[in-house]
Design a protein around this ligand. Structure first.
Ligand SMILES: [Zn+2]
Length: 431
């Protein structure tokens, strides 16, 4: 779940770039003598090529010399065309981290530089092909289909204060979204393949569907930035008893309210550990952010439009010379106004050309990248065998109307709400 702006954001060690603007076009000459503090990166070419020395500024005329005659015509404005990517590469090889902004360039970089510390930042877009709706798509997104709950506003379903007062809407929705109803996508298995190839440093995911775990990605390699259904806790601050996913799921699926059996409070709801608005992000998010991003040698962002902080700002945490690939249906966080290290797919204003873009679905992008890396068969084979295994695994038998361990039956039924939300939401029920 997204976090509110009150959640402490990551520090943003801005190291570089005076953004160009239409009024102030990028100037290679000035960039050479730029004032960034990333001098340790900037002084030595990474590929052993000779660094380009800054040209000496030549005075237009000697002091005390006679000023040139005015011709009567206005002098031509000193407009400098931005350099093309090829020009940049030829003139300033140390600036061109990627040869261009394509998947091919990324694949070449991975091969030539023996990339081993890839960070994947993933969002709802990697799960949509599994049938899970994203949150914000107009018309089909989750937030646009919650009107029947009479919520004060759509996001209230994930608001901790609203949940304390009225948890039924969330439980009804959770029943539909519960992990186990969906299978991981090709994109999830691409991340797992990176791990199997010893190339994955970490997968930071915004998703709460736990499909990364279902796909077999080692939880140590995961940072579930907005929590997940994997564990749950009693919401009473003085209790906080932990419960398993299965314990909560059994109750939700049978229409019983998951009430804490330790403190027996009448409002002691047991809530899956997904981060609601008004709650802090898991501490693991911040500790791993500080440990991982300085070591990252390739950042892959996929299936997210980077609208939710502090997750979105993570793209600024890698070194200025670390290549970044966005696989998404649309561009996002581009241009100088998107932040000092927003994406620069055209190579027009960053000092280092290091951003690549694939516009399309995550599954397409991952398959193409796998093919370029020579891993296509591995990916398809992994995806096929894992899905066959999931299809063949026996379905869990959910007991009918169980009582709580203390013999209490939950007082509030949610079946009617579940039926209502199932009808309103276009969620595909997977076997
Ligand atoms: Zn409790």
């Amino acid at each position: 779940m997204p976090s509110e702006p009150t959640t402490p954001g990551p520090p943003s060690p801005v190291k570089d770039t005076t953004p160009a603007t239409p009024e102030n076009p990028p100037s290679p000459t000035l960039d050479v003598v730029n004032t960034d503090s990333d001098t340790d990166h900037a002084t030595e070419p990474s590929d052993g090529s000779t660094a380009v020395s800054p040209p000496s500024p030549k005075p237009s005329r000697l002091p005390h010399s006679v000023p040139p005659k005015q011709s009567g015509r206005r002098p031509a404005p000193n407009v400098r065309e931005p350099m093309s990517p090829l020009q940049t590469r030829l003139l300033h090889p140390r600036w061109a981290i990627l040869s261009d902004n394509t998947l091919s360039a990324v694949a070449r970089y991975v091969s030539h530089h023996d990339v081993r510390n890839i960070i994947v930042m993933s969002g709802a877009g990697i799960s949509t092909s599994a049938g899970i709706p994203d949150f914000r798509s107009p018309g089909t997104g989750l937030y646009d289909n919650l009107s029947k709950f009479n919520l004060p506003y759509a996001e209230a379903i994930f608001d901790i204060d609203y949940f304390r007062r009225c948890p039924r809407a969330f439980y009804a929705l959770a029943k539909e979204l519960y992990p186990g109803n969906f299978k991981p996508t090709l994109s999830h298995y691409f991340v797992r393949l990176l791990a199997e190839k010893k190339r994955l440093l970490r997968n930071f995911t915004q998703n709460i569907d736990t499909l990364e775990r279902v796909a077999g990605i080692d939880p140590e390699l995961l940072v579930e930035a907005h929590g997940s259904f994997h564990t749950a806790h009693c919401i009473r601050r003085e209790c906080r008893q932990e419960y398993s996913q299965q314990w909560v799921k059994d109750r939700i699926l049978t229409g019983n309210m998951p009430l804490c059996t330790t403190c027996h409070g009448k409002d002691a709801y047991v809530k899956p550990d997904i981060t609601f608005f008004g709650e802090a992000l898991p501490s693991r998010f911040f500790t791993q952010m500080q440990r991982d991003f300085s070591r990252c040698d390739l950042l892959i962002v996929m299936g997210t439009s980077l609208q939710v902080e502090p997750f979105a700002s993570l793209i600024e945490e890698v070194s200025l010379k670390t290549p970044r690939l966005l696989i998404n249906l649309e561009k996002c966080r581009t241009g100088p106004l998107a932040g000092k290290t927003g994406f620069d797919f055209d190579g027009s204003w960053h000092k280092y050309r290091r951003d690549a873009l694939h516009l399309g679905t995550c599954d397409e992008g991952c398959l193409q990248l796998a093919e370029l890396l020579g891993w296509k068969e591995d990916l398809l084979s992994l995806h096929g065998s894992e899905h066959r295994q999931l299809d063949g695994s026996p379905k869990k038998q959910v007991p009918v109307a169980p009582l709580s361990p203390d013999g209490r039956r939950a007082s509030v039924g949610i079946d009617e709400i579940v039926a209502e939300v199932a009808e309103k939401l276009t969620l595909s029920e997977k076997p």
